[in-house]
Design a protein. Structure first.
Length: 62
């Protein structure tokens, strides 16, 4: 209960900190969700994406 009281007093008691907490939380959630979705897409499509099969079609002039 002490942890909840401390969180409330530091983040949700004033309107300005409440709004800032929501904005920061939304930004962090969006970044995590986007990166998680990209990682899942790449995992499910491994071997099918251009960056995975590029070496089969592009010749290096080295």
């Amino acid at each position: 209960m002490a942890f909840a009281r401390r969180v409330y007093n530091s983040l949700f008691r004033r309107t300005s900190t409440f709004a800032l907490t929501i904005i920061v939380s939304a930004f962090v959630f969006e970044r995590a969700f986007d990166q998680g979705g990209d990682a899942l897409f790449e995992h499910l499509n491994r071997g099918k994406l251009w960056k995975h099969i590029r070496h089969n079609y592009v010749k290096n002039d080295d």
